[in-house]
Every structure is written in C-alpha cells, then in structure tokens.
Design a protein around this ligand. Structure first.
Ligand SMILES: [Zn+2]
Length: 539
C-alpha cells in the first residue's frame, strides 16, 4: 500500500478573528511562552535537505522578500538545508510551494494567518509541501446598530514575516510549541501576538537535530524586523468621558496615499471609519467626537500603507450636571433675570426651577440647549404675595429621555432680591407700602349644571394672581381648577392655589364647578385680599 497525493491539513498559525485580534494585539498583558516542548509536524520527513522552492506571489513584492528573509533566518539558525528558488509563476512544481495571496481566503477556519499543507508524501518521506499566506484579514463588524461592515486589515510586515517563519518551520517538520508562559515567544507557538518578542528557539533547533540526526549549537535567535512603513500614533489622553473630543496625532514613515482609522467601541462594533491623508512630512492629526454613552475599552486602529497601529483607551461615564450663572447678583422686582451655563451631558430637557427665600417654587422655565451643551433662559421677577426679599435659588432639573429627573443641588445658583421701589410718585409709593390691591374681573356662565368662572388679571402693576377662592351658601357637587393649580376643599369653600402658573397681568384662567341649582350667587376672593361675588348668566 502506498499512500500518495494525500492532502492533509495539519499545521497552521492561527490568528483569532479580527475582533479578538484587536484585543490581543492592543492589550499587551497577554503573553505566550517560551516552549517547553516541540514535536515534529508530520509522521514523515524530508529525505534530502535540499529543496526547490517556488514562490507564487500575488501581493506586493515586499512580502516575497520577507518570505526569503524568513528562509534565510532559519538557515542561519539551522544550517543543514539548502534550497533553490525557482521562478515559475503560478506553477506549483517545487518541493516547497509558497503561495502569497493579496486577498484573505477562507482556510477551513477563518482567521488563520497561514496554512502549511503536506501535499504529497510516501511511506517515509515528504514529497511536497504547500504554504499559503494571505496578506489581508477580512472581518465583518457591526457599525453602530447596523450589521455588518466588512473591514480589511492588511497584514503588517512584522506579522507577515512572523507568519512566514512559522509556516516555514512547519515545512521543515516542526510542530507547535507548547506554552510555558514566559517571554520570549517561540515562533512555533500556534497563536500570534504582534506585540510579543519572538525567537527561533533553541528547542526548535534541537527538535530539528533530532528529526534529521544533525548536530547544531542550539541557541535562541531573536526575530528582528525593520518594517519599511512605520506608524507612530497617539491619542491626547488615555481616559475620556462622554462627548469629549479625542485628538489623534501621529506620523507615518512613507508619504503619499491615504490611511484609514477604524474606531471600535467596547463591543467591537465599528464606531467610525475615517480616511486621512498625511502631510508632506508624514504627520497627521484629527479629532474624533466621542459622542457616546458607551463605557469601557475602545480600540483605535490606524492603518497606513500596509502597517497598522493599535491604540486602546478608556471611556468613562460623566455625571449629569448643570453649571449656571445669573447675569447679575442682585435684582429688583420687574427685572429680567438671565441665566446661562452649560451641562455636562446631553439631556432631553433642562428646567430651571426658581425658588424664593422661603423655599417656595416661584416659577419653572425650560432652558434652550445648544449643540455644544450651552444653555440660556430668562424669567421676569414679578411681585407675588410670597417673600421676595432675600436669597433666591435656581435649581437645575435635568430630564432624561427615560423621564428620570435628576436634582443636582450642588450646582444651584443663588441670587439676591431687594424689593424695589418701582415708581416715583408719592401716591404710588404709599400704594406700594400697603398690600397692593389687585384689579381683577370675575365672570361666570352656566351651561346646565356646570358653571365656568373666568378670572382675568387686569392689574397694570406686576401683581399676579396666586390664589382663587370660591364659596357659597350651599355645597358644590364638584370643582375643577386649571393644570398647575392645587385644590383645597373645606365645607362649601374651594380654594385654588398655584406656585407655578399664576395669572399674570393681562392673562385669564378658568375654573369649573358643578352645582344642583340655577344661577347661584358665588363669592370669590383673589390672593386672599381682593373679593367680590358673581351670578352666572345662563347659556
Ligand atoms: Zn502552525
């Protein structure tokens, strides 16, 4: 029985899928070890250590040069083989056939950096070996919530070169190194970590000596490569907060052409994909807006002319806060109080709650927010029956999309109010000294059992209506005030009170009662000071 022309896939250098590659390459804690053991790769071996090697290169010439350098490095470490390069494009007629692909290919399991096949062998000896190394890795990643964007990573020269060394090690009949968790990393280890220091190990050389009964002074050969393209890139910080601008700057060694920047969020979803063109001196800089609420480790990949640089940074949460200031520190009645400031995070709505010196809510206004998280708001300080003199507070309420309201008292703004002497005539000064008499008009109409009472503030000063009280010599069946007015019922008296929405000068407000009789006499009182009575007319 002769086994011939069997195709067996035994050995390969695996890299993990692109998402994991990003992690393993950018987070350098991961270390693989110096080998504790290496076995042979194939049950058969080369009969003569004198190979013909065909390189079929479909990618950039630099990769072919790197493969030849890899062969030479092995020869330097273990000088017992000879080889002849045969330049027959597309023909796999050699003992070792090397195929360098520009595209990534599906090599049984996606994510392999290279594969070495035992293509043909007899009972004792290897007849031919085929090595395939792609120069690109493709991966599909989510882009935000959308699936999927295909991204391409061109292998760095270092990565390709280390893959070439690994695969050629298989071609010589070396299996995988077993990990012992110490650096440097044996090139025959089955996973790649671009950041680690690699060696052709003394153990590899001893293993080859054992297989081929040769004798070599075994030692470690560090793997050194000077890439023709280099990228140096840094971010201005290593920790960012939400909505910050990340400043990326760097320099590449080669001029001309464009590079790409891929930014991945902590779930390895593609956050953004940017092209950049370096300046004449190779330098580049750009800003990336981290308009995100995604906490964790982010990864930035800078690619240029086949080289890649990975940068990891953290994004941290920032608390919701509002910082504001008033245009003045002291106001008088009638003043327009202007407030401006900024918020730390985007919110659905920012409300300014104005609280008087007694802690009563005077008004509530919605601030307008700009794109850069600035806000401004204004409100008029009107006369009320509540305390005016003293220290007022503006509290910011941040309303989020999910309607949670955050109170942040730490950022409250305080201002002083002195009660103003508004007019100049003695008569009005005296009027001011007394409780100001409001001028209101109260009208009512009845439709069946419903009476609608309209209260109009006709006051020409700036006094607002805060309370409205109605009473009669009989019990109302029901009563209803306007939104923002609180109702108190005691006996045949109903009092409506508001802090938030008073009846301003010129404004009107409606109140409803349900009664069991026609055209009853209703007594009313406004701000506990002005009173009168009304009989509704029928509709
Ligand atoms: Zn392998």
């Amino acid at each position: 029985m002769v086994m011939i022309c069997k195709t067996v896939s035994v050995a390969c250098l695996t890299i993990l899928l692109a998402s994991n590659v990003l992690y393993s390459l950018s987070i350098s804690q991961q270390t693989y070890g110096y080998p504790s053991s290496i076995d042979q790769s194939w049950p058969v071996k080369w009969e003569y250590l004198n190979f013909t090697i065909c390189i079929d290169n479909g990618a950039d010439t630099k990769y072919e040069q790197l493969f030849i350098k890899a062969i030479e490095d092995w020869k330097n470490a273990w000088p017992h083989f000879r080889y002849t390069l045969i330049d027959l494009e597309g023909i796999k007629a050699c003992e070792i056939n090397v195929i360098i692909l520009k595209q990534s290919v599906d090599m049984q399991n996606a994510g392999h950096a290279g594969v070495t096949w035992l293509k043909s062998y007899g009972d004792l000896y290897i007849r031919s070996i085929e090595i395939t190394i792609p120069t690109q890795t493709r991966a599909e990643v989510n882009e935000g919530i959308h699936c999927c964007r295909e991204i391409v990573f061109e292998s760095s020269e270092k990565f390709f070169y280390e893959t070439a060394l690994h695969e050629f090690g298989h071609a010589l009949n070396l299996g995988h190194a077993v990990d012992n968790n110490k650096e440097p990393v044996d090139i025959m280890y089955s996973e790649s970590n671009e950041r680690a220091k690699h060696v052709i190990s003394a153990l590899s050389i001893k293993t080859l000596d054992k297989i081929y009964t040769t004798s070599t002074q075994a030692k470690d050969y560090p793997i050194i490569i000077q890439p023709s393209v280099t990228i140096d890139a840094i971010t201005d910080k290593s920790i960012y907060v939400f909505d910050e601008i990340l400043e990326l700057s760097g320099k590449v060694s080669w001029k001309g052409g464009t590079g790409t920047i891929l930014l991945f969020d902590p779930e390895i979803s593609l956050y953004t994909f940017i092209s950049f063109t370096p300046k004449r001196d190779g330098s580049f800089s750009l800003d990336i807006n981290l308009k995100t609420e995604h906490v964790g480790t982010w990864i930035l990949v800078v690619q240029y002319s086949g080289a890649s640089e990975f940068i990891a940074f953290e994004v941290k949460e920032i608390p919701y806060k509002a910082y504001g200031q008033t245009d003045k520190t002291t106001y008088v009645i009638g003043d327009v109080i202007q407030v401006n400031g900024n918020i730390t995070r985007y919110v659905n709505k920012l409300s300014l709650v104005v609280i008087n010196p007694d802690g009563i809510v005077f008004t509530n206004s919605i601030a307008s927010l700009t794109k850069d998280k600035q806000f401004n708001a204004e409100f008029t300080l009107r006369d009320t029956r509540f305390t005016i003199d003293g220290v007022w507070t503006i509290r910011f309420e941040l309303e989020l999309v999910d309607y949670t309201i955050y109170f942040d008292t730490a950022t409250d703004v305080y201002f002083d109010v002195r009660k103003a002497i508004i007019s100049t005539t003695p008569d009005q000064v005296e009027h001011e000294q007394n409780e100001p008499k409001l001028k209101v008009r109260v009208q009512a109409k009845q439709i069946r059992d419903i009476i609608i009472i309209r209260v109009r503030n006709l006051d020409s000063s700036s006094a607002d209506v805060y309370t409205f009280e109605i009473s009669s010599n009989f019990q109302f069946i029901a009563s209803k005030g306007s939104k923002g007015w609180i109702k108190e019922v005691s006996g045949n008296k109903v009092t409506f009170v508001t802090f938030e929405k008073p009846i301003y000068t010129g404004d009107k407000q409606y109140f409803l009662i349900k009664v069991d009789r026609e055209r009853p006499l209703i007594n009313w009182k406004v701000n506990e000071s002005v009173e009168g009575s009304v009989i509704p007319f029928l509709r």
